[in-house]
Write a protein that binds this ligand. Sequence first.
Ligand code: GDP
Ligand code: GDP
Length: 436
Amino acid sequence: MGHVVAIIGRPNVGKSTLFNRLIEERKAIVDDLSGVTRDRNYGEAEWGGKTFTVIDTGGYVPDSEDVFEAAIREQVHIAMDEADVLIFMVDTIAGPTPLDKSFAHIVRRSPKKVILAANKVDNFSRIDETYAFYELGLGDIMPISAANGSGTGELLDAVVKLLPEYEEPVNELPGVPRIAVVGRPNVGKSSLVNALLGRDANIVTPIAGTTRDSVDTRYTAFNQDVILVDTAGLRKRAKVKENIEFYSTLRTIRAIETCDVALLMIDALQGLEQQDLSILTQIIKHKKGLVILVNKWDLVEKETYTARDQEKVIRDKIAPFTDVPILFVSAHERQRLLKSLEIAMKVFENKSRKVSTSKLNEVMLGAIERHHPPAVRGHLIRIKYATQIPASVPTFLFFANQPKLIPTSYQRYLENQLRKNFDFTGIPIQVYFRKK
Ligand code: GDP
Ligand code: GDP
């Protein structure tokens, strides 16, 4: 299971500032997916060779004053249930407040690992002031300054020490795809799952999932043998709107990690929005198969080109990762559900597609012959051969005399040629260059 670290605490203690610091540093190093968008509430961080997802609960704060405190309390509960490690943040300048104490009271009873971070310790002279937080009964205090970064390295050391070793999720049934239906609240995920699990489905076995309380179901629907990764029950815990979103985000991250293929559901009336793009980015980053389902298609007034036009709008937004199946479905009217499953199976096959070295070279050396890499700073770049190497998604090594000089645009060309000649629809593939 991957790791989720949640930053909790009352408003204005500096959660977002810390979040941005943790995410930015990694972003500079590994965000090689050009044009992808990052969600302002969660993202990947890396420290000491471990990667984990950081969630800023401060991003899920209700506007209205009267639900405010209860909502944040609920947030703490959700974070306790769903995250692996909690960073409980307090404000050293302000000192312990009644809200800090009330959260500490909740958190103390949690079996989860909690790190108490006393923020705004911008200089050493303030360290003494952090001792006041011993009264929260959470043990050691880590003095940090999210603003200037002091103490954040020690904080990250402490975080990764508490993270369990990462284990690749095991698929006990390697031939059977694990499919997750993901998307924002209210796009129709439960309706789709219910429609799939309805009269045509035949539940084979419930399989104990990798997350504590989820039970994944293996079933045959329309003659397809699949395991549905459970994301249901999203609404069970949270009452406040912002927390439904918070909870759903956490569950989505988990579901993406454990699936082979994610069906990203969007609402036909709302189109593809920022939040959908963040989920899509997660799917690609985790190297999972992707199918986009535009649900509630029954509600759309159709003119001749509606589907085609909508599809173009979506493809433009998801560029450069455009080689993705997009289906217009209706969970209510059971439109194209069989098709969706068939396409998901197809994407699953694409994920493990192996191209023989001879076929690969025949096709790709031809493509390189038709369109040579550009000369860079007077160097002629020659690519001599290619091979597919074992990896979780199709991964190709091209051997060249000057691998470092090959421009991204040419890498893109090779990727497009691979996609054109071999079917990798719905799969993020990888292209690397090595010196030969
Ligand atoms: P959140 O509501 O908990 O997410 O808090 P924010 O990250 O939005 O920060 C609240 C305020 O505290 C902002 O004005 C920040 O500039 C300030 N702040 C955050 N971290 C620090 C810090 O380390 N030192 C100081 N002096 N101010 C900080
Ligand atoms: P979830 O939060 O993503 O699981 O969404 P739900 O399955 O609970 O659906 C949210 C709302 O959208 C409910 O009122 C559903 O009845 C409605 N809905 C779901 N699928 C469709 C559909 O295909 N067509 C229409 N018209 N409404 C739908």
